[in-house]
Design a binder for this molecule. Sequence first.
Ligand code: ITT
Length: 190
Amino acid sequence: MRLSVITSNPGKVREYERCFEELGVEMVHVKMPYDEVQSSELEEVVRKGMDELKKKKGMSDFIIDDSGLFIGQLGGFPGVWSAYVQKTIGNGGILKLMDGISDRSAVFKCCIGCNLMGKDIIVTGTCGGVILEKGRGTEGFGYDPIFSHDGVRSFAEIPLDEKNLVSHRGIAVGLLKEEIVKCQASEDKP
Ligand code: ITT
């Protein structure tokens, strides 16, 4: 089985490749821009993105992923604006906004839209943690240096396999795999 991973972010592709290795699914990185509508819900962004890719671009058998970091004391910011915030003020800007704030809890969310064998599957995974006082580590991408799921090590300080076990994307992929297995089973029925 082959799935196109439609994203501009090679970090996501690395994570999907590792997650799907055991199912023998081949992941093909496709850089195809699509409209990410302004919405307060990751799921809505994904649903509309999938519609555009299927109807206007003729795509099938693909994955898209909309993720965000939601910081409690910042009213959920950067949330659905995470990509723009990462490109503009970056991790340093987030740390400045968090200066003097003691409750540093945050949630990473990942919504995956998968079109497979003519069916659409949408799943969401979350991972709670904290924003660290300083960025640490060199693994991963994006907000990984400033986010810690265990309050000790940042996502950029743990190996990819460990991140995939606990992360928002890893959890979402687990749910997706369950749906894919169901899909395969119904296709196999005589
Ligand atoms: P595509 O939309 O092209 O897939 P993107 O990087 O713009 O790529 P998102 O909008 O989903 O992806 O991501 C929002 C931001 O959150 C972006 O800056 C990502 O780098 C960051 N991000 C997403 N998942 C992350 C993760 O697992 N660890 C750290 N940062 C992450």
